[in-house]
Design a protein around this ligand. Sequence first.
Ligand SMILES: [Ca+2]
Ligand SMILES: [Ca+2]
Length: 498
Amino acid sequence: MSSRLSHAEDRVFLVVGLVFLALFLSPTTTRAVTFADWAAANGYGPGAVLPQTVSAQSSSIDVLTGLGAYNWTTTPTECLDLHNNQIAAIAGGTFSQPNNLTHLDLSRNAITSVESGDYMGLDDLATLLLSHNQIATLNSGGFSGLDNATSLQLDHNQITSIPNACFSGLSSLTYLGLSGNQIVTIPTYGLDGLGALTSLDLHDNLITTIEEGCFRELDSLDTLDLRCNSMTSIPGGAFSDLGTLTSLNLSWNSITSIDAGSYMGLGNLTSLRLHHNAIATLGGGGSSGLSKLTSLDLSGNPITTLQGGFCVGFSGTLTVLNMSDVDFASLTDLTPLYDLDSLTDLWLARTTNVDAMALDTLLDNLAAMQSVATEGVLYLTQADYTSLNTSGAGRLAAWDAEPGHHVQIVVPGDANGDGSVDETDALTLAAHWGLAGMSWWDGDFNDDGFVGAADAAMLAANWNYNSSESCPIDVPEPASFALLAMAAAWWCLGRRRF
Ligand SMILES: [Ca+2]
Ligand SMILES: [Ca+2]
């Protein structure tokens, strides 16, 4: 009896199993969600006048057809927000109906390529957001028709190469974001047509090669961010066409040497970040051409030798030099730094094996560091200062005691090195929250390259350190402060909409 029941149960399980299998294997018939579906669900029938801002984000839209069925010009609509949908492709003619759109957000969709004519018809568009898609291919003419666009964000896609002239037509573009892709080479003709560009962000790619002449049409570039790439050297003349550049970030690459002529043409550069590379030797004319440089960050490099010509290019202009996180065991000859006549801020935080006598002699030779009028500051951590416990440390203490210049003790959290940890530092940390390729100055206090919770905790631990406020201010507890810092960071990220 029990055996027969058992056989019956087996048959039931078998049938149920087969039904589930059939359902599992049958083709899914889920219908695509179109823009028209979204419009209908939100009360807009065909021909309806759409509002000034159309917010269709996070609505499971996967096909962007039928935009032409609505009235975009009577109000008119200026902002179309489609971020966080599942749109995989832009069909030809999608934006061909008359429109006044200035802001189009297609970030966080599933777009795989940019095809010729995709954005034709967007004559007034200023901002196009395509970050966080799956774009692997940029095709010629893909951005045609965007004559008035000023900002294009292509960050966090899967772009591996920049085809020749793929940005042609973007003659008004001032900002181009290509961070977080897999670009290996900046090709000679890849950036053609970007004559108005002032800021180019290529951080967090796999760039090893900067081809000759690739920047030759960037007549207005002010800021170039190449941090977190895979460069091992700077080819001579690589930046020779960037006469308008003021800020260059080459940090967190694998650069081992700087050749003479590497900075040729950078006559207007004021800020150069080379921190966290693999540079052992500096000098030999490698700084010639940097005649307006005021800030140089060399922190976190394994520097062993400063050659005689190290500061020939910027001896009269450099005011801030960062050599934090450097081991001075082999770097004992500091005489090539003596010519830095304008230096007022010398960062040597978290350094090791610094010879206090050599350091004191260096300070004696730096004209602006010595001057009461210009107030020289030497930035050290307490551990650095304590480790200088030799007869030379006494001389450093004496230098500290003289009027007009001093040793500034910095603690984790003091991003700007003013000796206290306060709102200014918290805002710096929040502004760089979640970013890679950072330094102490950006809020990376544990020197892992990222600005995150660990750094916020260090800032919180030293909150209100050495505050010079005469009236005590109401300061949150460290734990709640860390939460506040994160909230501020999210606020900043939200505003960026990457
Ligand atoms: Ca501070
Ligand atoms: Ca960090």
